[in-house]
Design a protein around this ligand. Structure first.
Ligand code: GDP
Ligand code: MG
Length: 370
């Protein structure tokens, strides 16, 4: 594996070298600007700063996005992508269902609700919000380890009749490591044992100071059962999103991230993807992980056929040659020949890697961080 100096990596990432040194320090790696770091550490850093990992050095066959940055004037506002995390049984699934129930488009859809790993709602104000429907920090962490930073905002769910539990703390740590802003939802407010103040105080021990404690982390009391607080939670998500000025270029070849994928007996391989930038269209030729294909059809979470998918829309894609992996990037390419060439190259690489390397050290490094 290659090594690179901290300074050189900073230059390539267009980040301040001092910020990289700081981030490395937090990982327990003490270096100065001229020190070299190994490839795995470099990849972790790149991910940490929210960039995509590109190993351009080992080939010129694969797709290189590193020089492919969208110009400022091509960027347009896009909806936020939200992940819900928290301890088991604290009400993540119930909250996701309740939020889904607030969709103003729901009534007119006519299709059948699909569980495709993500859904998008239209709020009363007409704004769009995308929710990843796979709660839990495992999915979040796995995606990040694969270089996919799809989440803009984390909702930390804590049951107000319980307390901070092990998975609550893990979720806090993962969210902090990812540098993703958090909104605390203290749920089950309908229960007699509900004691949100206790939760707010316990959060202080983890350096989370919520608004109610004069901090700047938004918090809200909700009940998935009665619907109390849902509108406030939605307002807070939109406020957070506005502060972040989330943007993407919709007018280019699409790039998307696989949220989940499976083999359907009738339809063949199905991949749920979230569009990162560009617009995915029926007929587009694509490479996704080690697979190639052509978009035959797209379905949204309401089971409706979609002809074009803009940034932050989750869609199920039909027409991929095989089942890709969660976290894989989908890229639209110009020709089938090119798609097959890249897919074949990646398959070769994957086989070579399986036979020559030890378990990924990226994973070890991540658990050291948490
Ligand atoms: P998850 O494991 O975090 O996905 O939690 P679930 O959504 O499956 O909820 C766990 C349990 O808490 C279920 O029995 C739910 O019915 C219950 N629950 C979830 N939210 C609420 C709520 O707001 N109020 C009440 N009373 N019960 C809730
Ligand atoms: Mg659940």
């Amino acid at each position: 594996p290659e090594a690179i100096t901290v300074q050189e990596l900073a230059n390539r990432m267009a980040e301040k070298a001092a910020d990289l040194v700081k981030a490395l320090f937090k990982m327990g790696v003490m270096v100065t600007l001229n020190h070299t770091i190994d490839q795995d550490t470099a990849e972790l850093l790149v991910t940490e700063f929210g960039h995509n990992i590109q190993r351009v050095s080992d080939n010129d066959v694969d797709i290189d996005h590193s020089a492919d940055v969208d110009a400022e004037d091509t960027l347009k506002a896009r909806p936020p992508v939200v992940t819900i995390m928290g301890h088991v049984d604290h009400g993540k699934t119930s909250l996701l269902d309740a939020l889904r129930g607030t969709d103003v488009v729901k009534g007119e859809a006519g299709g059948i609700t699909q569980h495709i790993g993500a859904y998008q709602i239209k709020t009363k104000s007409g704004d769009l919000i995308t929710f990843l429907d796979t709660p839990g920090h495992e999915a979040f962490t796995e995606m990040r380890m694969r270089g996919a930073n799809v989440t803009d905002i984390v909702i930390l769910v804590v049951a107000g009749d319980d307390g901070l539990m092990p998975q609550t703390i893990e979720a806090i740590n993962h969210t902090k490591a990812a540098g993703v802003p958090m909104i605390v939802a203290i749920t089950k407010s309908d229960k007699p044992e509900f004691n949100p103040q206790k939760i707010r105080e316990r959060l202080l021990e983890h350096e989370i100071i919520v608004e109610q404690m004069s901090g700047d982390v938004q918090d809200v009391e909700v009940s998935a059962k009665t619907g109390a607080g849902l509108e406030t939670l939605i307002e807070k998500i939109l406020l957070q999103a506005e502060l972040m000025e989330l943007k993407a270029n919709p007018d280019r070849a699409a790039e998307a991230t696989v949220i989940e994928a499976k083999l359907d007996k009738g339809k063949g391989p199905l991949a749920t993807v979230l569009i990162n930038r560009g617009t995915l269209k029926v007929g587009d030729i694509l490479v996704v992980g080690t697979q190639s294909g052509r978009v035959r059809a797209m379905l949204d979470d309401k089971g409706r056929q979609v002809k074009v998918a803009p940034p932050a829309l989750p869609v199920e894609v039909l027409g991929v040659g095989g089942v890709p992996m969660a976290g894989d990037t989908l890229t639209v390419v110009e020709s089938e020949a090119r798609a097959r060439e890249v897919a074949a190259f990646r398959q070769e690489q994957a086989t070579a890697k399986r036979t020559t390397t030890a378990p990924a050290s990226l994973e070890n490094m991540f658990s050291a961080l948490a």
